[in-house]
Design a protein around this ligand. Structure first.
Ligand code: IMP
Ligand code: MG
Length: 175
């Protein structure tokens, strides 16, 4: 691993406050309904847990794991399902919960795949968004924070599988 250090970007308090607000907004938007949250592993898991606790309408959860085809993760938009959902989503009000939307390639593929399964509705919720990096037109319905084009870690996001457990969002700075 290249020599680096982590600089704080968004504090634990700020993240918690924002997740609480998104949870309240989702609870209002889905009043009288049930919401089915789909977590994209592994990055989305920390956000999903905190968000789910803040939603007051009935919640069910499912998990999926995807990887990009080929070695170049950034250039291929085609993702392979490593672990599919356990349950069908037909007729359900689904929200995909992601850690970050970067180029948007993974998400646009995932969204079209999910649409084919005929949910009653399908929305996207992401903790972080790097809009300057977008190459596809992915519509994000709920965003935690828009961030600049920097490589971030923490709250589920990793650098070489490390730092997912940081309770805040930090930027990787190379020394
Ligand atoms: P996409 O470019 O929007 O398809 O994003 C693909 C994936 O790259 C995301 O789901 C993350 O797992 C990962 N990723 C993108 N930007 C970052 C970052 O700043 N830190 C850690 N992972 C990232
Ligand atoms: Mg991800």
């Amino acid at each position: 691993m290249e020599a680096h250090h982590i600089e704080g970007l968004i504090s634990e308090e700020e993240v918690d406050k924002r997740i609480k607000a998104i949870g309240e907004q989702i609870s209002r938007d889905y009043e009288g309904k049930e919401v089915h949250l789909i977590c994209v592993l592994k990055g989305g898991s920390f956000f999903l847990c905190e968000l789910a606790k803040r939603i007051t309408v009935p919640v069910s959860l499912d998990f999926m794991s995807v990887s990009s085809y080929g070695g170049d993760t950034k250039s291929s938009g085609v993702v392979k399902i490593v672990k599919d959902l356990d349950e069908p989503i037909a007729g359900k009000d689904v929200i995909i919960v992601e850690d970050i939307v970067d180029s948007g390639r993974t998400l646009s593929y995932l969204l079209s795949m999910m649409r084919d399964r005929k949910p009653a509705s399908l929305r996207l919720c992401t903790l972080l968004d790097k809009p300057s990096r977008r190459v596809t037109d992915v519509k994000v319905d709920y965003t935690g924070f828009e961030i600049p084009d920097e490589f971030v870690v923490g709250y589920g996001l990793d650098y070489d599988q490390k730092y997912r457990n940081l309770p805040y969002i930090g930027v990787v700075k190379f020394d």
